[in-house]
Design a protein around this ligand. Structure first.
Ligand code: NDP
Length: 450
């Protein structure tokens, strides 16, 4: 039984850290939520009496497994696989798979925890989960990636299903990997079902799913900007990453009249003062999705600057859309953004801003959209893919884009309802955390001791 005092954040966090040692990202994600909820829970003691906080930080189930596979040289390799089934109060577990050498139990628990609130915000009936492996797809051949994915699914298949747990992509897991994983699930189960989302278009995938996270983040930022009578037109935008989320962020920003001047990967960033237009974006997509090359090659091709082992946040931009990974904006980066006149930060990635960076944004009262609200468009369209799979039909591009825009508007309005301060400032973190919490907490209370 928990020894934490039910209304003391410090004691609650001390207890959580003792129980979940060496999981700093998980501590960070939980702390942000618990801090946001403090006043709300004091006003609504029923949630404390029901020990919802103590329950919501404990995964319903954690699966850890061995993934043996043979590389192209015939050498046996072994990685570790995980699936965190965090919360199924409002629907089956839903959340991506991440293949990256930095994957640990703590990283996936932070992502699964955030996913519970995010999925609740989408208005769709999805619980929260996350999984992945410390496998690094970089430098591996297609055949090696296939053998790895097959071995991964050979264990995972027994824990997932279209009504139980429906994984999707995340860092290192795109269309190629989802294909290999789906193929192996189908062979083992002898069943063609919507067990994964992010599938190819002619085998159960949804239009707009690849675009959804990037587009959704831009739609969310557009809603935030509207509250200040601003828009993307003529603005300079800093984007980090150059993968799935970053690419479609660039595309949508350009369509709305903004100019994206940076992109990055884990080796450095490029600065293109003329802007990354559609033609240059096509090059980035080919470079990253087919050639699987480095962003440095963009600088060589277009004769622009490349900054090795640096992040783009000291460049002058009006809006920042971090789209790479967690904790990629620290306090110094945040101060640099503010000093350069940045008016809006909207998180395409999960938890890209450190707590100190967030403090700087809130103190300076800029528009700050936390990932669990701003990047929920990806899982929202995954939810729409599940619906289409169940109904065995496909909606048009326009129909899905319209639904995505409506969902992002709805998430924005939920954040405003729960996050508006007396002075009119909208604290989107509080809004997203409280708005995401209520639905899940009420469902848990209705379902008894779950
Ligand atoms: P991709 O694998 O397609 O791209 C990831 C990008 O981030 C790459 O450019 C990668 O560079 C860079 N990156 C990864 N790790 C690091 C690191 N440690 N330091 C610096 N750069 C890094 O992933 P996605 O675009 O799908 O995901 C990006 C972010 O968006 C993640 O935080 C993810 O959780 C989040 N997200 C994704 C969703 C989706 O639908 N895909 C949904 C919601 C959130 P490199 O090539 O060098 O590894």
């Amino acid at each position: 039984m928990s020894v934490a005092s039910p209304n003391n954040t410090a004691a609650f966090m001390a207890d959580l850290k003792a129980k979940n040692a060496a999981e700093p990202e998980f501590h960070q994600a939980v702390h942000e939520v618990v801090e946001s909820l403090e006043d709300f829970l004091n006003e609504h003691p029923k949630y404390r009496h029901a020990r919802i906080l103590e329950r919501i930080v404990e995964p319903e189930r954690v699966i850890m497994f061995r993934i043996p596979w043979v590389n192209d040289k015939g050498i046996m390799c072994v990685n570790r696989g995980y699936r965190i089934e965090m919360n199924s109060a409002i629907g089956p577990y839903k959340g991506g798979l991440r293949f990256h050498p930095t994957v640990t139990l703590g990283v996936l628990k932070f992502l699964a925890f955030e996913q519970v609130f995010k999925n609740s915000l989408t208005t769709l009936p999805m619980g929260g989960g996350k999984g992945g492996s410390d496998f690094d797809p970089k430098g591996k051949s297609d055949n090696e990636v296939m053998r790895f994915c097959q071995s991964f699914m050979t264990e995972l298949y027994r824990h997932i299903g279209p009504n139980t747990d429906i994984p999707a992509g995340d860092i290192g897991v795109g269309g190629r990997e989802i294909g290999f994983l789906f193929g192996q699930y189908k062979r083992i189960r002898n069943e063609f079902t919507g067990v994964l989302t992010g599938k190819g278009l002619n085998w159960g995938g949804s239009l707009i799913r690849p675009e959804a996270t990037g587009y959704g983040n831009v739609y969310f930022a557009r809603e935030m900007l509207k509250t200040k009578n601003e828009d993307f037109d003529g603005k300079k935008i800093l984007v980090s990453g150059s993968g799935n989320v970053a690419q479609y962020t660039v595309q949508k920003v350009t369509q709305l009249g903004g100019k994206v001047i940076t992109l990055s990967d884990s080796s450095g960033y490029i600065l293109d003062p003329d802007g990354i237009d559609d033609k240059k974006l096509e090059y980035v997509m080919h470079l990253k999705n087919n050639k699987r090359g480095r962003i440095e090659e963009y600088a060589k091709k277009y004769g622009v600057s490349y900054f090795k082992n640096k992040r783009p946040w000291s460049e002058k931009g009006d809006i920042a859309l971090p789209s790479a990974t967690q904790n990629e904006i620290d306090e110094a980066d945040a101060l640099a953004l503010i000093a350069n006149g940045c008016i809006c930060v909207s998180e395409g990635a999960n938890m890209p801003s450190s707590p100190e960076a967030i403090h700087v944004f809130i103190k300076n009262k800029i528009l700050f959209g936390p990932g669990k609200a701003a990047n929920a468009g990806g899982v929202a369209v995954s939810g729409l893919e599940m619906t289409q799979n169940s109904m065995r039909l496909s909606w048009t591009r326009e129909e899905i884009d319209e639904r995505l825009q409506a969902i992002m508007r709805q998430i924005h309005s939920t954040c405003c309802s729960y996050g508006k301060n007396e002075n009119g400032f909208i604290n989107y973190i509080n809004g997203a955390n409280i708005g995401g919490f209520v639905k899940v907490a009420d469902a848990m209370m209705a379902q008894g001791a779950v």
